[in-house]
Design a protein. Structure first.
Length: 200
């Protein structure tokens, strides 16, 4: 069992499948304060759950030092195992998070198909994501990743590559879920149109 606190739904990315995408104007945005997050952590501890997941969009409001301070407070006041799911950061920031007491890091790559990754995550490269995952592993984090099944343009071959990549990266936690189109994203269009966009 894990207690998840989604502390911000702001995100600088514009992924075609995600309702938090920065161009979605029809979402009520929020950011939790440190005290609100800590209160949630204490509730999680009080319910008998030993692991907290701190999750957000890629929100630059939270500097690396803010995250470090938050990790330290949660560790000092609850002793919970801490999993971070906060996207891509410079390598030196990952090292700060680990030194502050974070235990696990979840960084899904959604697909091992480099072109499909680029299609659904404009301006992003799969190679960068994989470098982050490998660095997280190398500095002692338990690492988590995952993919979606049913993405437009996805093939059986790329699904097989997904499984092989999990083994290559020696991922500790794997999440695999169905692609479900979100109403406020470009992928919430008829299937025939989506397939036309991504046909190669």
């Amino acid at each position: 069992m894990r207690g998840i606190i989604e502390f911000s739904n702001y995100c600088l990315q514009d992924c075609l499948y995600c309702g938090l995408r920065c161009s979605n104007a029809n979402i009520k945005r929020y950011r939790m304060t440190d005290d609100e997050i800590l209160s949630g952590a204490k509730d999680i501890l009080g319910s008998g759950i030993g692991t907290i997941v701190l999750q957000s969009g890629e929100d630059t409001f939270y500097s690396s030092q803010k995250i470090v301070n938050l990790i330290r407070r949660i560790k000092d006041e609850t002793g919970l195992v801490i999993t971070l799911s906060i996207g891509e950061w410079p390598f030196e920031d990952y090292e700060l998070f680990k030194a502050a007491g974070a235990d696990r890091y979840l960084l899904k790559h959604e697909t091992s198909d480099a072109q499909l990754y680029k299609d659904i995550r404009p301006g992003c490269e799969l190679s960068c994501r994989l470098k982050c995952q490998k660095h997280l592993k190398s500095i002692g984090f338990e690492t988590g990743s995952g993919v979606m099944v049913g993405l437009p343009g996805q093939t059986i071959e790329s699904l097989a590559e997904d499984i092989m990549m999990f083994r290559e990266l020696d991922i500790d936690m794997i999440g695999i879920g169905p692609f479900i189109p979100h109403d406020e994203t470009p992928l919430k269009v008829p299937l025939k149109v989506r397939l036309k966009w991504f046909s190669r």
